[in-house]
Design a protein around this ligand. Structure first.
Ligand code: SAM
Length: 376
């Protein structure tokens, strides 16, 4: 077996066996890593061109009933300064976002029972009434089928639910009050309901080995999600994993590149966590096959409080500053920032046509040429 041949096989067929993927991860030299990045970048360009999509992230609550051992907003962290945005504050973020050219909002929070189905439906409907052509991505953790369905029917388009790790052993050691099967079932439910779904995992978790990462790749290949959020694990000082080592830029970009080769049409964010462990982390993520960035739209007053890990970047910048900064960075890295909803190419032509028709039918809204261009 040769690493270079496995990369070529992935590039040509999008497939590799467990054994080949493990061999590649165990034996990746600097030179072959460069080749891998080159190939993944080529595949990203072939599918999405030079364009990077932006999503405006609204971190609307840091209350959480879960106790994930790595996470700074876990239930048992008494030091977390808890907050919830009001409906009005969330709508204000949406207004600012639209003005700044965000055509997708990501509403993310801890698992907070305060935000009942009724409340979420109200928020989704209010945003959609005002901005029918903007997409709403939810990231609220595990909820019932019925709840996902209600929110989808209210107008939510996409749902991010990282599977965190496809290794049951690792999952169980990190999540004292969440079941592996349920998390995976939630992803399948979301897909069945009709959401564009995002899975994802952390790189460099304590006790994670290359075989575990291979399981992540195989799992993603089988699930075929529309998006995949991966980032390095970064310790948070007030969690049980405070003294563990974090994930590296090297390993995270390797995983990004492999996902791009295995799932060429996937949307792949260069995450804030990657930008937090290296000043040029997001740019390096984009060069490794990434094609999405998610700058922060949350009010600056709560940014520090949504503290999942130590050293998170961009906690002091106003939304407009973040927007300008990210565009500068994207351009400097040789990419172009694309102002559209940025739907996934994993969608079938029929699904894309359906979205297109819905946008055209939103008669109160100006039809943007760039939306039509994208959907077609
Ligand atoms: N509650 C929702 C959920 O469970 O999907 C969304 C919010 S959750 C805080 C968002 C993501 O943050 C998680 O999926 C996890 O991968 C990531 N995260 C949490 N703690 C982290 C850490 N210490 N380092 C890196 N990423 C972390």
């Amino acid at each position: 077996m040769q690493v270079r041949n496995i990369i070529d096989k992935l590039y040509n067929t999008t497939n590799a066996s467990r054994e080949e993927l493990l061999f590649l991860l165990d034996n990746l030299s600097e030179e072959n890593k460069e080749y891998l990045i080159e190939k993944s970048h080529e595949v990203a360009l072939k599918n999405y061109g030079n364009n990077i999509y932006i999503r405006g992230l609204i971190e609307f609550t840091n209350h959480c009933i879960r106790d994930c051992r790595y996470c700074g907003i876990r239930k048992s962290n008494d030091k977390a300064d808890r907050y919830r945005l009001t409906v009005e504050e969330i709508l204000e973020c949406a207004d600012i976002g639209d003005r700044l050219g965000y055509k997708t909002y990501v509403l993310q929070g801890g698992e907070d029972p305060y935000f009942t189905d009724e409340k979420m439906v109200e928020i989704i409907k209010k945003i959609k009434e005002k901005y029918p052509n903007n997409a709403i991505t939810l990231s609220l953790g595990e909820r019932s089928y019925k709840s996902y369905e209600l929110m989808f029917n209210a107008g939510a388009d996409r749902y991010l639910l990282r599977h965190e790790t496809a290794s049951r052993r690792l999952y169980e050691s990190l999540h004292p009050n969440s079941k592996f099967e349920n998390r995976i079932q939630c992803l399948r439910n979301l897909k069945e309901i009709g959401y564009q779904i995002g899975a994802g995992f952390m790189v460099g978790l304590p006790n994670q080995n290359n075989s575990d990462l291979v399981e992540d790749l195989i799992f993603l290949k089988e699930l075929n999600p529309h998006m995949c959020g991966i980032g390095p694990f970064i310790p948070h000082k007030d969690t049980p994993l405070a003294n563990e080592e974090g994930g590296t830029l090297e390993k995270t970009t390797t995983m990004l590149a492999l996902i791009r080769l295995m799932l060429p049409k996937i949307l792949l964010p260069a995450t804030t966590a990657l930008g937090s462990i290296d000043p040029l982390g997001r740019e390096k993520g984009l060069k490794a096959g990434g094609n999405v960035v998610m700058p922060n739209l949350s009010p600056t007053s709560v940014r520090e409080k949504y503290s999942l890990y130590d050293g998170k970047i961009c906690t002091g910048d106003e939304a407009a500053e973040c927007r300008a900064c990210i565009e500068r960075r994207i351009n400097n890295a040789g990419f172009n920032l694309e102002i559209t909803r940025g739907d996934s190419l994993v969608l079938s032509d029929k699904e894309r046509e359906k979205i297109n028709n819905k946008l055209i039918n939103n008669k109160n809204n100006e039809i943007r040429l760039d939306n039509i261009f994208l959907i077609n």
